[in-house]
Design a protein around this ligand. Sequence first.
Ligand SMILES: [Zn+2]
Length: 128
Amino acid sequence: MKKLLKSDFEYFKTCCEKWADFFGLKSWCISYIWEEQDALEESSQAWVIADYLNHMATIYFNKEWIDDESLFTKKNIDFIAFHEICEVILYRLGDLALDRFNVTEDSLLQARHEICHILENSIFATYK
Ligand SMILES: [Zn+2]
């Protein structure tokens, strides 16, 4: 696994801010943490924890590049940032669904990712 540099994290933050601006998430306070992920957990490159009521979100970015090194590109870092901002947008639906319906976290994750993929294949793919 490739160790990332602080400058990679800074670039990721810049990309997240760009997408937060793009979607007009002005009322959200988004902070960023560069995180060593617990080796026991299933690893992800980035993840979000949000508090909808207070419009606060924390986006974590893994200190290691977990994918194939050939995929380590600025474009892919931007892609991950786009995905995480979509997760912020969709966060509330997940919370509501968990509270009110008999759904599993897994099925919610899957549903959220389906929407993220639609946005990735349309907005992200065509945005210059
Ligand atoms: Zn996701």
